[in-house]
Write a protein that binds this ligand. Sequence first.
Ligand code: C2E
Ligand code: MG
Ligand code: MG
Ligand code: MG
Length: 288
Amino acid sequence: RADVAMYEAKDLGRNRICFYSQARQAIVNTRSAMAVDIKTGLDNDEFSLYLQPQVLKNGSLCGAEALLRWLPSNRTPVSPGTFIPVAESTGLILPLGAWVLKQACTIVTDLEKYQLPENFALAVNISALQFAEENFIETVKQVFDDTGASPSRLKFELTETCLVQDINRARNIMKALRNMGLQVELDDFGTGYSSLNSIKNLPLTALKIDASLIRDIEKDEPSRAIVRAALAMARAMSLKTIAEGVETGSQMAYLNTEGCDMIQGYLFAKPMPYEDFLSYLGRKLKIA
Ligand code: C2E
Ligand code: MG
Ligand code: MG
Ligand code: MG
């Protein structure tokens, strides 16, 4: 059985003399080994959703992002940065994504037991492959029917890769989601390569500014200018804004000054298991 260290394909070539084709073959082997393990992992309940809180300017809780974690039994956790690309390239992101959506809906249904802030919504990452599925909307509707979750408690995070293939179809799917009552956000804004023009006339509710832009706020003026411009553009299009990867008070202060609506990052909390999130929620509600 493949050791988890083998999964770090990028390490295979390091400190080793290796012909390109050999290295490539090793990566391919590693990927298919991991794909098999993802499949069995799904059957063996090795996946879980961690929640990372999202807060308003004043620090009050307004949502959370559901982030997939793989904790294989008897092995070290594998990071999403490693297994999501494999799941994407093998199509396994479809069953994984279905599991994530069902789990997220189950979580928001359970959360209704607590005095959630009225505007609280859970963000779920949707892969471009899921989004491209012919019966995507029907699948989503089915999950809401099965779990009884309120669509207004969910926001779908889409990336620009969802938009590039067929913008008209993307717009229609987004409209259908909005009509169901879901919020739709553009994730990782600022890292894509599609034109700004393509995001106008899309029924988005929010832009999520990528962590890579936030990271450099303190370093240089051009980075600040980009963040400032992104926020101004979102405002002009009546979109809400959320920043991810906020780690310092001065990043937060800058985002507040420039009118960013929501903040997510280690400054407030790291992604945490559901039970921990419930304790966090309890503390937050007591303070509020
Ligand atoms: P993302 O959607 O952009 O998620 C934000 C990532 O930033 C998460 O990484 C989160 O843990 C991390 N993060 C949040 N705050 C901070 C911070 O202050 N500092 C730093 N350094 N990092 C921060 P994570 O959980 O490793 O996920 C990585 C990516 O994997 C996600 O990026 C998303 O693209 C993908 N992913 C995760 N869960 C799912 C899922 O359920 N479905 C799909 N399709 N993709 C997922
Ligand atoms: Mg995301
Ligand atoms: Mg993101
Ligand atoms: Mg990101």
